[in-house]
Design a protein. Structure first.
Length: 481
């Protein structure tokens, strides 16, 4: 496990120093980590990811002697503060929504309750980890949804923005539904499937294409998948692949398939499928790559492309159309005289206003179908009675209301650290991916579709709405004086 303690913004340390100098460092506070929907985000939902790495980060929080020496060299902090950093550890509570859960804007993904000295410091690293992995898991979920049940392979490592983005982006892609990754280190670290065949350079390194295919089949008779577009897909690549497949079968092996990496994938896949079927290889897979994303896959499916497996690289690992999630970490409450007092950021931009208080997130489900109805953000002490009708309403357009009956519910935030002690149990990546698939299946298609999805309801409880309204009115009264 790596120590990422110094992976922070300097202003976290300067604020900590200020809390120390002002005698506020032990004040209990509550922070919420959530995301605002960025303008470039076309999905109605996101897939929570990155919690396991957050846990590792918190477990390894400690300043080394070299760290202290570096901070001393900045000439910003006194020795009393540096002595506190030498003994720094997290002693608070962290609750989080499990990885693989569909989440929506403005609902807490992580809730932190701790002394402000600690809660402030962990902001940057947590945002870095959760923003990135949630972004990539969400992109992967959209790509997988577009593939309509076909397997999707992640292979964006060479285009990822650095080693960590490649390693943990691939992990997030598996959470989002990809069946495998080309990244061998990710497969090794997290126990997921690795996939890959050969490049055009393999074919070009031999005297001719047929010789290259025969050599590859000789090396990998049980896993022979040939890249057929180096010279001419239909006149050379597929016919040569068929020759080698017949030779493989004569030796007692069945081929896996072919890969198309250029050209009109709809046309080429249809022609290749016909050729393979006519040659007696109806079970041979056709794999496609070539700068794919969910929109391209969606349209290729609509055109009847005969593609069984999709390889997606750059667009997935970089989340090309939405390069940042927009996650933020905001103060929601602070302790005064032993009581948690709600805090709220107020802005002329309604999108930047926050929800106050010590909150939880509840997901409502129809009893009959098991489908999600809405999420309700509410104060932690509030209780829902399933035996009674529940009225929910839009938090801004409050006249939009509905009464929910015959429902069940689940609280989404789960304990991760309690009084500094880890209570989180690590979950194998494969299980997280299976959980994510099950959870996304709890939503009606209109919320998960690729184009113009409907907006899923995320409401505030009446009590939380009234708290927020009271704080807004109180602020107006103060500013009017």
């Amino acid at each position: 496990m790596r120590n990422l303690t110094m992976m922070t913004d300097l202003y976290q340390l300067t604020m900590m120093y200020g809390y120390y100098k002002e005698g506020k460092m032990d004040q209990q506070v509550v922070f919420d980590l959530f995301f605002r929907k960025p303008d470039s985000m076309v999905s109605s939902y996101a897939i929570a990811a990155g919690l396991e790495q957050v846990v590792e980060y918190i477990e390894n929080l400690r300043f080394s002697a070299d760290d202290i020496d570096f901070l001393r060299g900045l000439e910003l902090f006194d020795e009393g503060f540096l002595a506190l950093l030498e003994k720094f550890e997290f002693t608070g509570d962290i609750y989080a929504i499990p990885e693989g859960t569909p989440i929506f804007p403005k609902e807490p993904i992580v809730r932190v309750k701790a002394p402000i000295f600690q809660a402030q410091f962990i902001e940057t690293a947590m945002l870095n980890i959760i923003n990135h992995q949630t972004l990539i898991a969400t992109k992967a979920s959209r790509v997988v949804h577009a593939a309509m049940g076909d397997s999707v392979m992640e292979f964006g490592l060479r285009r990822a923005q650095g080693p960590d983005a490649g390693i943990y982006g691939a992990r997030a892609a598996i959470i989002g539904g990809c069946s495998s990754t080309s990244n061998v280190l990710t497969a090794q670290m997290f126990g997921t499937a690795a996939s890959g065949t050969h490049a055009h350079s393999w074919v070009m390194s031999f005297a001719d294409e047929l010789e290259a295919f025969r050599a590859y089949a000789k090396c990998f008779p049980k896993n022979c998948l040939l890249l057929v577009d180096t010279y001419d897909t239909l006149k050379s690549g597929v016919p040569n692949a068929i020759k080698v497949f017949r030779e493989l079968r004569a030796r007692g092996y069945e081929p896996v398939g072919i890969r198309l990496d250029s050209g009109d994938l709809a046309y080429l896949s249809k022609q290749a499928r016909r050729m393979l079927d006519d040659a007696g290889f109806p079970n041979t897979k056709i794999v496609a790559s070539n700068d794919l994303d969910e929109d391209t896959i969606w349209h290729l499916k609509a055109q009847g492309a005969k593609i069984d497996v999709w390889g997606v690289g750059t667009a997935l690992i970089t989340s090309k159309d939405c390069p940042a999630l927009g996650g933020v970490y905001k103060l929601a409450a602070e302790e005064q005289d032993g009581v948690l007092v709600p805090k709220m950021k107020i802005s002329e931009n309604p999108e930047k206003m926050t929800n106050p208080g010590y909150k939880k997130v509840v997901r409502l489900f129809e009893k009959a179908s098991g489908k999600a109805i809405a999420d309700v953000v509410m104060l932690d002490e509030e209780i829902i009675d399933e035996s009674k009708p529940l009225e929910i309403f839009h938090p801004v357009e409050t006249w939009k209301r509905m009464t929910v009956t015959d429902f069940t519910y689940r609280e989404l935030l789960q304990p991760v650290f309690v009084e500094g002690k880890k209570v989180y149990q690590a979950i194998p990546l494969k299980e997280i991916s299976e959980y994510a698939k099950k959870e996304i299946g709890c939503f009606w298609d209109e919320y998960t579709r690729i184009i113009r999805p409907s907006e899923y309801k995320v409401d505030l409880s009446q009590k939380l709405w009234e708290m927020k309204d009271s704080l807004l009115k109180s602020n107006r009264s103060r500013t009017a004086k």
